[in-house]
Design a protein around this ligand. Structure first.
Ligand code: HEC
Ligand code: HEC
Ligand code: HEC
Ligand code: HEC
Ligand code: HEC
Ligand code: HEC
Ligand code: HEC
Length: 443
């Protein structure tokens, strides 16, 4: 046993020092040959994306465009959100007369520059922008729609009865339920007893919150898992070991880390930027925007595909930095995905957890080239009034989801999602389909 462990330690030590030796290579020629050696020696390395990138840049510098493009595509296939590499590929393709390919990579580069704004990119940003501008022309001016006033769900109900009735049955509507009347329930932790003042969640798991003496709601560390029929310490399951948010013996201190308003409200209640959220649950205006003017007769604005996904990204994107924004839908800046560490990804670069649904979906050609939105497949309030568990407009394996845009012509028979949205994600409580829709990966 011991010798196996040592081998692994040495192995990874070598892989890391070899990686350093690539980065420290004195010239492009040496770098290119070290990259090729590295890839032979560590074909499964978790640093492949970075190594391929180094190889691509070295090859481009040496004028070896064919190998460079091969390396670049390998790197971007694992980790696409790389504006520098995408812009380099765009420039090379333009040089080779591939206008369409050049535009595609230039557009990706521009999108990632817009989405991520970490400080360490500031130095390279102007150079990338210039490259991209040569291919696409100047960036279009962002039109930010200022948010108007909110009207509240009650004012939508009268004119939109069908949507209201269907929405009421969804998990999103029932997300947060204050306990106001009826029999009080209690949760015991050690010798202390806490009244349940609010319930969060309804379908797969339920969390409970209690009011501290200062009036603030705090979420108890124990949640009830309905699928398994048992109590779980959910935070212990998802937090790193050094994090003590899930320690029941510390709960009575009502620390910031268990407080509802700052930790949960942005995704579990509506119009949260106002000091106390306006409404429990996820209301109409979280998805449709401020509706006061519309309720008084103005037309509802139509959303573009990108805005439509931004609506859902408010809560279904793990990397969103939710700082208050004036426009609707808020286009939150993202935390660069590398900061989540290798644990967030499979070895092939795909996301592991369903908390990254939007990030996964945005990698799909269906979204990038086809303007597919979440609403193509999901409807939180279907006209039929019948809402299924996943809010799908179609059955969970209905090929109609894809045939909205694709022809049924290709030779593979069967359920599209089984091959193109395989169950490679974890929702912790169940296996979930990836939303990175693409050609199946070879195992
Ligand atoms: C006085 C009646 C009335 C009220 C109140 C009302 N609506 Fe509407 N709504 C309409 C009518 C009529 C249309 C179709 C014409 C249009 O698009 O304006 C519509 C259309 C819509 C659309 C579809 C727009 C499109 O074409 O895609 C949405 C979304 C919507 N309303 C949301 C809301 C929300 C949210 C509220 C509450 C804040 C609300 N409505 C309140 C009458 C109303
Ligand atoms: C970034 C947005 C976000 C934040 C912050 C967040 N959640 Fe959630 N939560 C979600 C989403 C989205 C789901 C639905 C999961 C899915 O289907 O992918 C969910 C699901 C849940 C569920 C299961 C719901 C059900 O019906 O089974 C519970 C319980 C829950 N969250 C509790 C909490 C608590 C407690 C906090 C604060 C400590 C919190 N969440 C913070 C987005 C968030
Ligand atoms: C979780 C997000 C979400 C919530 C909450 C939500 N909607 Fe919608 N709504 C959508 C999406 C997405 C569409 C577009 C569906 C489509 O394209 O088929 C839509 C479409 C509509 C339409 C246009 C008619 C239609 O069915 O296409 C109306 C009207 C509407 N919603 C009203 C409401 C009202 C009223 C509420 C609250 C009772 C509400 N919505 C809550 C996401 C939401
Ligand atoms: C304000 C935060 C928020 C927004 C905005 C939001 N969601 Fe959700 N969504 C949640 C939470 C929280 C849950 C978990 C609710 C539950 O299942 O109890 C959820 C659950 C879901 C589910 C599982 C089925 C269900 O209804 O519970 C689907 C599908 C879904 N959301 C799709 C969407 C789509 C599509 C959009 C954009 C049109 C969207 N959501 C916008 C927070 C949000
Ligand atoms: C809103 C339209 C739309 C929907 C819905 C849609 N797609 Fe696509 N999809 C596209 C477009 C457009 C492309 C890009 C085609 C191209 O490259 O010319 C694409 C590309 C693809 C590709 C090729 C990916 C690659 O890496 O080259 C696959 C595979 C695919 N879609 C499968 C599916 C499946 C399976 C579904 C249903 C689960 C689906 N799509 C739903 C529009 C859509
Ligand atoms: C091409 C169709 C399609 C599109 C587009 C799509 N989804 Fe889904 N979604 C599915 C399918 C299929 C499932 C899994 C259904 C099942 O297995 O029961 C699913 C499941 C979900 C679930 C339930 C949790 C889970 O992972 O199973 C959520 C939440 C969700 N989708 C949100 C979104 C959001 C947000 C977007 C846009 C960023 C989106 N979906 C775009 C087809 C789609
Ligand atoms: C048995 C697995 C399987 C099923 C089922 C399947 N596909 Fe595919 N699909 C593939 C493979 C593998 C590829 C890669 C190219 C190839 O070999 O044809 C692919 C490629 C594609 C592409 C990329 C463009 C192309 O034609 O090469 C699209 C789009 C696509 N599939 C859509 C669909 C749709 C829509 C369905 C359902 C009607 C579906 N696929 C069902 C395995 C499958």
């Amino acid at each position: 046993m011991k010798s196996v462990l040592l081998a692994i330690v040495f192995f990874s030590f070598d892989a890391t020092s070899d990686l350093k030796s690539i980065q420290q290579a004195p010239d492009a020629l040496t770098r290119r040959s070290r990259v090729s050696e590295y890839l032979k020696r560590y074909p499964e390395s978790e640093h492949r994306a970075a190594v391929y990138e180094a190889g691509a840049m070295a090859c481009f510098e040496l004028g070896d465009q064919a190998t460079g493009l091969y390396y670049a595509r390998q790197s971007l296939g694992i980790y696409p959100e790389n504006p520098l590499l995408a812009s380099s590929v765009a420039a090379v393709l333009k040089n080779r007369g591939d206008e369409k390919g050049a535009r595609h990579y230039a557009e990706l580069s521009r999108r990632y520059l817009e989405l991520f704004r970490p400080k360490q990119w500031e130095a390279i940003r102007p150079g990338i922008e210039t490259t991209v501008e040569k291919i696409l022309g100047p960036a279009p001016k962002q039109t930010l729609t200022q948010a108007g006033d909110y009207a509240g769900t009650a004012s939508c109900q009268g004119c939109h009865k069908a949507e209201y009735e269907a929405w009421r049955q969804t998990g999103m509507a029932k997300m947060f339920r204050p306990v106001t009347e009826g029999k009080k329930e209690y949760v015991d932790i050690g010798a202390r007893r806490y009244p349940v003042d609010a319930r969060i969640g309804s379908k797969w798991q339920e969390a409970y919150a209690t009011r501290a003496p200062d009036g603030k709601l705090h979420v108890l560390p124990l949640q009830y898992n309905k699928l398994k029929g048992e109590w779980v310490n959910y935070w212990r399951m998802i937090d790193p070991p050094y994090y003590d948010r899930g320690d029941p013996s510390l709960f009575h201190r009502f620390r910031e880390v268990t407080e509802y308003q700052s930790n949960c409200a942005p995704c579990h209640t509506s119009q949260w930027a106002e000091r106390e959220s306006k409404e429990a649950g996820i209301n109409c205006e979280m998805c449709h925007g401020p509706g006061k003017a519309h309720a008084q007769g103005a037309k509802m604005r139509k959303l573009s595909a990108e805005e439509s996904v931004a609506v859902c990204a408010q809560c279904h994107a793990q990397s969103a930095l939710r700082t208050p924004r004036a426009e609707f839908p808020p286009r939150y800046e993202r935390r660069p995905y590398v900061e989540f560490g290798r644990n967030a990804f499979h070895a092939d670069g795909r996301f592991r957890e369903t908390t990254f649904i939007v990030e996964s979906f945005e990698r799909s050609a269906c979204y990038q080239k086809g303007q597919a939105t979440c609403a193509h497949c999901h409807d939180p309030h279907p006209k039929s009034g019948r809402v299924n568990e996943k809010g799908l407009k179609f059955g969970p394996e209905d090929n109609g989801m894809c045939l909205q845009c694709h022809e049924a012509s290709h030779s593979k028979k069967g359920v599209c999602v089984d091959c193109h949205m395989p169950k490679t994600m974890s929702a912790l409580l169940f296996e979930a389909r990836t939303h990175q829709i693409e050609s199946p990966r070879k195992k």
